[in-house]
Design a protein around this ligand. Structure first.
Ligand SMILES: [Zn+2]
Length: 404
């Protein structure tokens, strides 16, 4: 059993070395992993047979045989990521290197009943996979959503934007999605995606903060995402906010971060002020951002600019609190806040005005690596991670890796 465990660890080490620094020749892999050359040759062959690695065109030999670099196979296995948001469910096929190969959106049309949304996801996934998977291997389905999610229990404990409490989501889906099916909280899952494919390449500690229709944070220390008892960590939505007029939060009754800094509130304010029409239901945030942007000879809607700037400033105050408390190497921002990237300057300025310990907002605040693909990559993450941590088990290669 011990030898088997070692083989699995070694296969993982090879795959991870190629992910981190590939394409790599076998000699490079030997140097990076400390494994023997015969072992690397054997494991590389196993991983190529399984479709996880592929060879690139040989490089010119400086001496002896040409070096043939291997990389993460571009046509390798994929995971189905399903993200359930406030307005829509997004499906995506995500490759082993975190690229979104294809994405598909199901609008909720205002009906947020959990059973209805589960049915819609099941039907949508069936059609989407049939149309887009092709000859690839499907690793399984990862589902993620915001709020308080206990993935191990398969339960959405609380999602105030959707109005869900104690929804046993995996039971509702009841084995009707391509398996294995795993549930995770999307902000923590997105932080793990950054660990593998993004900010984690440069930093072992960071805080990932999502300002979208939901608000949430994930704290990464020593390359591990903190969950805490009941997986309840990361709630920033009700952080108190001072000096704000307007409607208090529906949940906590106070002026809190979610009452000033979520995409949903931004859209609501834009409707109240006549910047968006009530009928502008499709992609309202994107419409608001477009209204604010200068176009042609016009300077853009000043009211829209003011809303976006004010949201960025409020978000900046929250980031400043996090920066002073944790001194993270990076703060990775995601959600609607990065769609209006021109306002990140205001956000950084607010952080700089408020931090007390010299934390450098200009250097350390970075947008998420995945742009609009963030949510489906996060959803697929547990399955992709499973492959990197133990490719032999994840792809059922047990017999093939012997004697390596
Ligand atoms: Zn609140």
């Amino acid at each position: 059993m011990r030898a088997e465990g070692m083989r699995r660890g070694n296969a993982s080490a090879v795959l991870r070395a190629v992910l981190a620094d590939g394409p790599l020749s076998r000699a490079d892999i030997v140097r990076r992993t400390g494994l023997s050359a015969p072992s690397v040759t054997k494991l590389t062959a196993v991983l190529m047979d399984a479709g996880l690695l592929s060879e690139q065109a040989p490089l010119e030999a400086t001496q002896g045989r040409p070096r043939v670099p291997v990389r993460i196979a571009p046509r390798g296995p994929v995971a189905l990521g399903v993200h359930i948001g406030l307005l829509r469910t997004t499906l995506g096929l995500v490759a082993l290197d975190g690229t979104v190969i294809s994405q598909y959106v199901l609008d909720h049309d205002g009906d947020l009943d959990p059973r209805r949304i589960a049915e819609q996801a099941v039907d949508g996934a069936r059609e989407f996979v049939a149309a887009r998977l092709g000859a690839r291997t499907l690793l399984g389905t990862g589902i993620s959503l915001g709020g308080w999610v206990d993935g191990e229990m398969g339960t959405v404990v609380e999602h105030s934007a959707l109005g869900w409490t104690d929804v046993r989501l995996l039971d509702l889906l009841d084995g009707r999605l391509p398996g294995p099916v795993v549930l995770d909280q999307n902000v923590r899952a997105a932080a793990r995606a950054e660990l593998w494919f993004g900010a984690g390449r440069e930093a072992d500690d960071f805080v990932y903060i999502f300002f979208g229709n939901i608000l949430g944070a994930a704290v990464v220390v020593d390359r591990s995402v903190h969950r805490g008892p009941g997986a309840a960590a990361g709630g920033i939505e009700h952080l108190p906010v001072s000096g704000v007029e307007g409607t208090p939060c529906a949940c906590c009754g106070a002026a809190c971060l979610s009452a000033v800094a979520s995409d949903a509130v931004l859209v609501e304010r834009a409707r109240e002020r006549g910047i968006l029409a009530a009928a502008d239901e499709h992609l309202p945030l994107e419409r608001l951002i477009a209204a604010a942007r200068p176009a042609g000879t016009g300077s853009g809607d000043l009211r829209a600019q003011d809303l976006l700037r004010t949201r960025a400033r409020h978000a900046g105050r929250a980031v400043a609190t996090v920066a002073d408390l944790l001194n993270p190497s990076r703060v990775v921002l995601a959600g609607g806040i990065v769609a209006a990237e021109e306002y990140l300057t205001d956000l950084r300025a607010e952080v700089t005005d408020r931090v007390h310990r010299g934390w450098s907002a200009d250097e350390r605040i970075v947008p998420s690596t995945f742009g609009s693909g963030t949510l489906v990559v996060a959803s697929a993450m547990p399955l992709l991670e499973g492959v990197y941590q133990d490719p032999i088990a994840a792809l059922g290669l047990d017999g093939k890796a012997e004697a390596s």
